[in-house]
Design a protein around this ligand. Sequence first.
Ligand SMILES: Nc1ncnc2c1ncn2[C@@H]1O[C@H](COP(=O)(O)OP(=O)(O)OP(=O)(O)O)[C@@H](O)[C@H]1O
Ligand SMILES: [Mg+2]
Length: 776
Amino acid sequence: MSNFIDELNDAQRAPVLHKDGPLMVIAGAGSGKTRVLTYRIAHLMEQGVDSFNILALTFTNKAAREMKKRIATIVGNSEAKNLWMGTFHSVFAKLLRFDGDKLGYPSNFTIYDTQDSQRLIAAIIKEMGLDKDVYKYKQVQNRISSYKNSLITVKAYFQNPELMEADAMAKRPRLGEIYQNYVDRCFKAGAMDFDDLLLRTNELLTRFPEVLMKYQDRFRYILVDEYQDTNHSQYLIVKALSDRYQNICVVGDDAQSIYSFRGANINNILNFQKDYDDVAMYRLEQNYRSTKNIVSAANSIIANNKNQLEKNVWTSNDDGGLIKIHRSVTDAEEGRYVAGSIFENKMQNQMQNGEFAVLYRTNSQSRAIEDALRKRDIPYRIYGGLSFYQRKEIKDVLAYLRLIVNPKDEEALKRVINFPTRGIGQTTIDKLVVAANHYGRSIYEVMDNLDRLNLNINAGTKRKLADFVTMIKSFQIMNEGSDAFTLSEHVAKKTGLLLEFKKDGTPEGIAKMENIEELLNGIKDFVEGQKEIADATGSLTEFLEDVALATDMDKDIEDDDRVALMTIHLAKGLEFPYVYIVGMEEDLFPSAMSMNTRSELEEERRLFYVALTRAEKQAFLTYTQNRYRWGKLIDAEPSRFLEEIEERYVENLTPVNDGYRYKSTIDKNIFGEVDKSKLRQVKPQNGTPPSVQKPNENQLRKLRKLKPEISSPAQPMDLDPGLVTGARVNHTRFGRGKILNIEGAGNDRKAEIHFDQGGIKKLLLRFAKLEVLDNA
Ligand SMILES: Nc1ncnc2c1ncn2[C@@H]1O[C@H](COP(=O)(O)OP(=O)(O)OP(=O)(O)O)[C@@H](O)[C@H]1O
Ligand SMILES: [Mg+2]
C-alpha cells in the first residue's frame, strides 16, 4: 500500500478503499470529504482503473484543479491529465461539443452567460411589446432558468396548466411565449445558456440511448463532491450515467446545503439510499480544519435546525481563541475594525494577507470593507463580484472572437455590430432582427444575404453591413492558420477596439486598454498551457469555452498574497486561518428575503454554519448598529444567530451592558427564534434608556477616540458633552468647522456648523459623522 493512504484516518480510509458499487460519505465540515474523494481517485488509478474511465464533478473549477494537482503528485502528471474533472457545467459543455450535433447544435456553439441571457430576454420582451415593469427581465430570466433546471421544457410548460396559471396569477400570462421565443432564438444563434448545458445533456442522454451507453461505458467511476447542492437536472445526469456500473461515490454534508434558491435539492442526498441498491454509507466525524472552539460553536448553531442528519463533529485540535464578536456604530466603522484587526494580527502573528478572509451575505457589503483595507494599504481581492471577463471592454473583444467561431451568435453580433461605431443604427438592427425572425435565420445570415432579400435598407447602410461581414470572414480565414493569441491581437487592432479606448485618453480609457492587453496575455498563457493537454489544441473555441465557464473563484488564490473578500456562498469548501464574518444583523443575515418559512430560515442558518466552519484558527463576527442600505441609514439589530452560539465559546469585544446588546433573556417565538419586537425594547430609541449607564468623562474621551462617528441613534447625543455651541469638530466629508448653534432634541437634534473650507451647514446629529476635536 503506498504511503498516501497513511495520510488518512481509519474512517476516511474505508471509503477510499471501498471496492465497486455505490457509496456515500456524509460528514460535517472540515472532516476530509474532499480529501477522501481525491484519494479515492488516486487509489482507483493505482488499482489499475484507466484514468479515462473516471469522472469527477466538483463545485468549482478551482477545486477540480487542486484535486488534479494532488492526484498528479501521487500517480504522475501524465495520467492525471486524462481525468475528466470539473464542474457540472464545464464537463457537460465538453460532452455537448462532441455530441450536441445530434440535437442540432454546432460543435462550436456559444455559451451565453447570465448577462447575455438577460439581454436577449429584455430584447424579446421589448419586441413583444410587453410592459417591462411587469415583465422584469431579470425575474423572467430567473423563472426560465428554474424551469430548465427542473427539466420543464417549453413543451412541458404548455402542457402544464398549473404552471401557466401561476405565471398568469403573477400577472405574466405571456411568460410561456417569452420562454418559447428565448429558446428559439438561442437555438438559432447556435447558443446554449448555462442551464442548457445541463438540460441539453439530459435531453441527449434520454433521446439517444447509444450516446448514453457510450458515456456509461466511458465513465465507469463517477465521483461527486458537495452532492448536497446538486439540482434536479444534475441529479438526473449522474443517475443516468452511473446506472450501468453503479460505481458512484458522492460526498456531502446536508448541513451545508445552501443553494436551494437555485434549485439545489437536499432530497438528492436524503434519497440516495433509495436510488441505488446496497449503498455503503460512511461517516466521518473528526474535523481537521478548525480549533475546538470553532467546531463547538458551529455545532451549537446547527443544532438549532430541526431538519438535519445526526452528526457528531469533534476535533483533537487546540482549543484556540474564543469566537470574537465586535459591535460597531456604522458600517464604515465595521470596515475600519476589520482592517485594523487584520493589520494587528498580521503584525503580531507574522501572518500573510492570504491567510485572512472576509465573508459577507451580499456582495454590496464589500465596499465598506474595501475602503478600509485600501486606507490601510492591505491588498485584497474580491471574488465573485464583477469578474474580469464581465467588464465591458473585455466582453467587446470576446464578442468579436465569438462571432469568428460562431457568426450566428446573436448577442455577440448585437454587441459589436456598431462598436466601434460604423454608422449602423438601431433602426437598421431592428430591421435585421425582424427579417431574421421572419426567415427563421440568424441576423448574420440575413446580413450575408442582403442582396437577395428585399429589405428596406439604403445602399450606404447595406455597404456598411457588407463590410462588417467581410471583416468577420477575413478573421475566420485567419483563424484556420493562426493560434488564438495571434488572431485575437489582430482582431483587437483591426476592429478599432484598441484605438477606440486609446482615443478616449481618460484614465478609464487607458485602464480599459490595459485590460485588453491583460486579456491578450491571458490568451497567450492559455495557448501555451493547452499544448500540454492530451486532446486539446489551443483553439479559439477552447479558449472561449474556458472563459465562458470561468468564475473569479477559479483564478488561483495562491498566486499573490491578498486578503480574500467573498460571499459566504462562494466560500463553500474553502478554508482560511482567520475569518471575519461581517454584517451579523437581522434582515441582512438572516436575509430579510429568507425569513418567511422555517426552511428558508434553516437555509440561512446552514449558511452561517458554512461561514463559521471556514475558519481554522480564529473567527470574528461583526455587526453594526446603523447601516446604509438602499441609500438610507437604517437601524440594525444584531443577528439572532449571534445569540444561538453557546455563550462559552464567544467573547464580546464590546460591552454588552449599555442597552444595545444581543445577549438577553428575550422570549423566543414558535420557531425558537428571537422575538424581534422584544428585542427592540432593549434598544435605546430616544434619549437614555434605563439600562444605560452613563459613561464617565474618561470613558467618553476613549470612546470618542475609538469611534469618530459617535453620533447615532444608539448613542444618545446627550451623552456627549463635547457637542456644544462653539466646539470645534471634524466631519468626515466637510472637514473641520465650528458649531454655531444646536437645536432640537433627541433624534431631531441638529447642529449648525461653519466649516473652515467655507459654507454653513445644518446637520442632523444622529447622522452627521462628527468628531469633537480635542483642542476645542
Ligand atoms: N487525515 C487527515 N490528516 C490531516 N489533515 C487532514 C486529514 N483529513 C483532512 N485533513 C485536512 O483537513 C482540512 C479539511 O479537509 P477537507 O477540505 O477535505 O474537508 P471537507 O469535509 O471537504 O470540508 P468541507 O465540508 O468544508 O468541504 C484540509 O485542510 C485537509 O487537508
Ligand atoms: Mg470539501
